[in-house]
Design a protein around this ligand. Sequence first.
Ligand code: AMP
Length: 129
Amino acid sequence: MATVFTKIVNGEIPSYKIAEDENYFAFLDINPLQKGHVLVIPKQETDYIFDLEPDVLAGLHKFAQRVAKAIKKAIPCKKVAVVVLGLEVPHAHVHLIPMNAESDVRFDKKLQLTKEEFEEIAEKIRKEF
Ligand code: AMP
């Protein structure tokens, strides 16, 4: 069965899309730690990131770098944190999270945003991509 992230890539589940190319896809995390929290995934369905072929893993990070640069321009922050963790969705993903302090990257504290806020953030980042 397809993962929830594959369904997002295929447009079967809606998302606030940021960018995609042939092999990778980026979209807003629906339970963000900060405004501008983005997930970057390989389109290929692989659960564990270190099971990806080395070229696919390298490509994922290159794509994430481009997305992180766009986030940094769109959302005022000192750095964009890059985090790989979690067991919830069995489809490899990289979290990109705007941060001004280490305490901004706490996975036990999520923001509640409106649809309008998500759309505004996604549009800002897309413009910088
Ligand atoms: P984890 O595997 O623990 O990194 O969790 C998966 C991440 O995906 C969490 O941060 C969720 O908020 C996020 N997530 C799950 N479903 C969706 C979705 N439909 N759209 C956007 N983000 C999602």
